[in-house]
Design a protein around this ligand. Structure first.
Ligand code: PLP
Length: 428
């Protein structure tokens, strides 16, 4: 199979397994076909709702603009980001790519008091409104720009995070009504977010039902104020997969579009038919023999149990590799004799870590012994375990006591993203 890099600056073709290495050794290879596939799977799970592709936090580390363009080509009607600053950058990128603004509505849900709301209005970015102070700032900006701001009223249905508390909603609704009548705002949506939609326990299901009941109450409050939002939305990936009763008019797909399960304990990527889109890898920079009972890395937290082959991988916590993965993070090495599945030994350093490549067999000297892997062999930290013998972001999450979301999102800006798709597929 031939792949094409879709780096926006150049478009170079590579054969699979033969991607040109940039000078920086590590890289995150992002498969845009996998993303398009995942969006189709999520569409099948919520066929009657609009689909927002959530590309906050640099598309969960996958690269905002290439993922956003892929999502639009795959049919997602909306894009979502957290920060208004992210939305403005995304809009510039889409404008430069020639994407008409009406074909790519963007919702941003976080902005502080004093934010540049006028720029948001001029860039055709929808903003979330949870509080009357935000509405007042937005309405003032709309007056200065001379056209209405597009808003989505957010209701706090049980996260106790953003959103209007139900007790405050009547006052917010009255203020929105005035701003609508005054031509300062266009009420596009009303929305919320579940706190336990991935939790199939009776308590989890009761929590989600309570969110829906509070949301319904909120819709009535808006209706009583004479407000009819066009798009009601509450579900993210776990809502798409496990709460079809709450798809409403739009769903917001985040983690699932990257091929990861919102909760692998409930269903794995394989069970969901999703393909993890990111492969994080770096070539071994050393393969060497270390004598028995020698300390490895800072603090000597691991000692070689026998004479050992050790490999060195040039990625560290400066690249987003959790230091909590010390002595634990799984790694697969693509050696000539087949993949070696192993793990980190000793502490993760800022720029590199050591992996165990197994015992040196009895009687072999360091010079005569046959190394199990070579310098340059690719060490894969995680990738698509549904298609290759590699660990998953889920395995890293388990090893580090965190969630797959954090594992992919924290991959540092120092690591180049290489975007691939099958040549000729899905062209603009
Ligand atoms: C991140 C986020 C999403 C996407 O959630 P996933 O679980 O990744 O699908 C949706 N809505 C809001 C408000 C979010 O912050």
């Amino acid at each position: 199979m031939t792949f094409e890099s879709v780096d926006t600056s150049s478009s170079v073709s590579f054969s699979a397994g033969d991607l040109a290495l940039p000078t920086y050794p590590g890289r995150a290879v992002v498969d845009l076909d996998a993303i398009a596939h995942n969006l189709r799977i999520l569409r099948e799970a919520a066929p009657h709702a609009l689909q927002m592709a959530v590309v906050k936090a640099d598309a969960y580390g996958h690269g905002r603009l290439p993922v956003a363009l892929t999502a639009l080509r795959a049919g997602s009607e909306w894009l979502g980001v957290a920060q208004l600053a992210e939305a403005l950058e995304l809009r510039s990128g889409l404008d430069a790519a020639g994407i008409a603004r009406e074909d790519a509505p963007i919702l941003a849900w976080i902005a502080p008091s004093g934010a540049d709301w006028a720029r948001a209005i001029e860039a055709d970015i929808d903003v979330s409104v949870s509080w009357t102070w935000a509405l007042a700032e937005i309405a003032a900006a709309a007056r200065s720009v001379g056209r209405p701001a597009r808003i989505h009223v957010k209701i706090d249905t049980g996260m106790s995070r953003a959103g209007s508390a139900p007790a405050e909603l009547p006052a917010l609704a009255a203020a929105v009504r005035m701003a609508v009548d005054g031509g300062q705002v266009d009420l596009v949506g009303v929305w919320s977010h579940f706190s336990r939609a991935d939790d199939p326990s009776p308590e989890g299901l009761a929590s989600t039902a309570e969110h829906v009941a509070i949301f319904e109450d909120g819709l009535r409050t808006l209706d009583e104020a004479g407000l009819t939002p066009r798009i009601r939305h509450i579900g993210a990936t776990s809502g798409i997969l496990w709460h079809p009763e709450a798809h409403y008019d739009m769903v917001r797909a985040g983690i699932g579009l990257y091929g990861l399960s919102p909760d692998p304990a409930v269903a794995t990527s394989t069970e969901l038919g999703l393909h993890p889109a990111m492969r994080l890898e770096a070539p071994l920079t050393s393969v060497k023999v270390v004598e028995a009972d020698r300390p490895v890395s800072y603090g000597g937290t691991w000692r070689t149990p026998t004479r050992r082959w050790l490999g060195l991988v040039p990625l560290g916590y400066a690249d987003g590799i959790p230091r909590a993965a010390s002595n634990a993070g799984p790694v697969s090495v693509a050696a000539v004799g087949g993949p070696i599945v192993t793990h980190i030994v000793g502490r993760v350093c800022m720029d590199q870590f050591v992996i165990d490549l197994g015992p040196v067999h009895d009687g072999e000297s360091s010079t005569s012994a046959e190394p199990p892997a070579q310098v340059g062999d690719m060490a894969v930290l995680f990738g698509d375990a549904t298609r290759e013998r590699v660990p998953m972001a889920d395995d890293w999450a388990r090893a580090c006591d965190t969630i797959n979301y954090e594992i992919v999102t924290r991959v540092g800006p120092r690591v180049p993203r290489v975007h691939i798709r099958a040549k000729g597929s899905n062209q603009r």
